[in-house]
Ligand binder design. Structure first.
Ligand SMILES: NC(=O)N[C@@H](CC(=O)O)C(=O)O
Ligand SMILES: [Zn+2]
Ligand SMILES: [Zn+2]
Length: 428
């Protein structure tokens, strides 16, 4: 295995130093290091962060290998600086058995680009009727700790209560896609003056907030751990802030697109901007940024949701919900949080590596860059600007809302346990 000597990289944006990655771990950190036979990587001007961990990725395999496979999705993840992703359960078949989660986990291992931690479905077939075999998935080789019906809300309060109770046995967490189904029937975009003007069925903030409030109460009642997927409204941030103040064991994520884009983009009627939950108002975007800065929102998760051309290249109402996210996440976080001074690089590492790893109960991921720790490291150049070219994506899909947009920063290298998955900005 190649030994890498990274010279003059700024760990968490601090003073430049050298790092020696050998035998899968960070072997040495210090100035003027040398090592016989090591491959030298010039880290000048680069920020070294712990390998990123995504709590919310759609890899589409099994079932929709035309949109993404475990291999292509993990390649996109590596290009984005990730060393671990949680693969959502809304595949075909649904990841609701030990067999399916083990298959996805194994495909990740075989690919070797990024650790894949399958999320188990909460209910059989995401049907919302009957609890899936949570214990069997937890005990499987995939060691599932995060359970979600993402794409669907576990709206039955009794089922949600049972799931929260059940996962306590193995320190699991239920990740809720908070969407009250009756309030969002046929919903297409954020409910507001604009949805009325565009003639698209509105998706009220309260449809998200009502479920989050209920679930915080349920989690408190049964003394369990709740995670809220893709928080998108100012009201949701307020509810989570309040619940945390009261001691509820709740964590929340925000997605890069909700930190940058607003519902104004729906005026284009271009379904590239159609996502669940929908893009919201400028005030919501500001509240999410503030919540992420003060720790109310614990993590940035991509909700990378690849869709093939035919599912997006149609009229708005018929198009699929979702957008790509893995390869642009760090750039969007730089643009929306770091450059405006809301978060420093240590804060980014916390929200994109350490905390998501802790929520997923991952060992060996989200660890600090320190001697003896697994060599999961990303080298990032915050000083460059690049124009997003969908054709250059490692993903099988092209549905990025940032096409043609100039974004700051570029992932130069990603190391997974000391092996380079990305070097010189390219997959190895
Ligand atoms: N976010 C989306 O718009 N779509 C996701 C489902 C989801 O995350 O709810 C998908 O699977 O495509
Ligand atoms: Zn969702
Ligand atoms: Zn999702």
């Amino acid at each position: 295995m190649t030994t890498y000597l990274i010279q003059n990289a700024a760990i968490l944006g601090g003073a430049p130093t050298d790092l020696l990655l050998r035998d899968g771990v960070v072997a040495e950190i210090g100035d003027g290091l040398s090592a016989d036979g090591a491959e030298v990587v010039d880290g000048s001007g680069l920020v070294a962060l712990p390998g990123l961990v995504d709590l919310h990725t759609h890899l589409r395999e099994p079932g929709r290998e035309d949109a993404e496979t475990v291999l292509t999705g993990t390649q996109a993840a590596a290009m984005g600086g990730f060393t671990a992703v949680h693969a959502m359960a809304n595949t075909e078949p649904v990841a609701d058995t030990a067999g399916v989660v083990e298959q996805v986990w194994r495909l990740g291992r075989e690919g070797g680009y990024c650790d894949v931690h399958p999320v188990g479905a909460v209910t059989v077939g995401l049907g919302g009727q009957q609890l899936a075999e949570l214990g069997a998935m937890a005990d499987s080789a995939a060691r599932v700790r995060v359970f979600s019906d993402d794409g669907h809300c576990v709206d039955d309060a009794v089922l949600m209560r049972r799931a929260l109770e059940y996962v306590k046995a193995f320190d699991g967490v239920v990740a809720q896609h908070a969407q009250e189904p009756r309030l969002t029937e046929g919903a297409q975009m954020n409910e507001g003056e604009l949805s009325g003007r565009l003639g698209l069925t509105g998706w009220p903030a309260v449809a998200e907030e009502a479920i989050i409030a209920r679930d915080c109460l349920l989690a408190a009642h049964v003394g369990s751990r709740l995670h809220v997927c893709h928080v998108s409204t100012a009201g949701s941030v307020e509810i989570v802030r309040d619940a945390k103040r009261k001691g509820v064991d709740v964590t929340a994520e925000a997605c890069p697109h909700h930190l940058l884009l607003t519902d104004e983009l729906a005026t284009t009627y271009d379904p590239i901007y159609k996502v669940n939950p929908p893009l919201r108002s400028r005030e919501d975007v500001e509240a999410l940024r503030a919540g992420l800065a003060d720790g109310t929102i614990d993590v940035v998760a991509t909700d990378h949701a690849p869709h093939p051309h035919e599912d997006k290249d149609c009229e708005w109402a018929a198009a699929a919900f979702g957008m790509l996210g893995l390869e642009t996440a760090l750039s969007i976080v730089q643009e929306t949080m770091v450059d405006p001074g809301l978060l420093d690089w240590a804060g980014v590492a916390e929200r994109m590596s350490a905390t998501p790893a802790r929520i997923g109960r991952l060992a060996g991921q989200g660890r600090p860059i320190a001697v003896g720790e697994p060599a999961n490291v990303v080298l990032y150049d915050p000083s460059v600007r690049r124009t997003v070219e969908p054709g250059e994506s490692a993903s099988l899909s092209r549905n990025t809302p940032y096409a043609g947009m100039e974004l700051p920063g570029r992932v130069v290298a990603t190391f997974l346990r000391g092996r380079a998955t990305v070097l010189d900005g390219k997959l190895t």
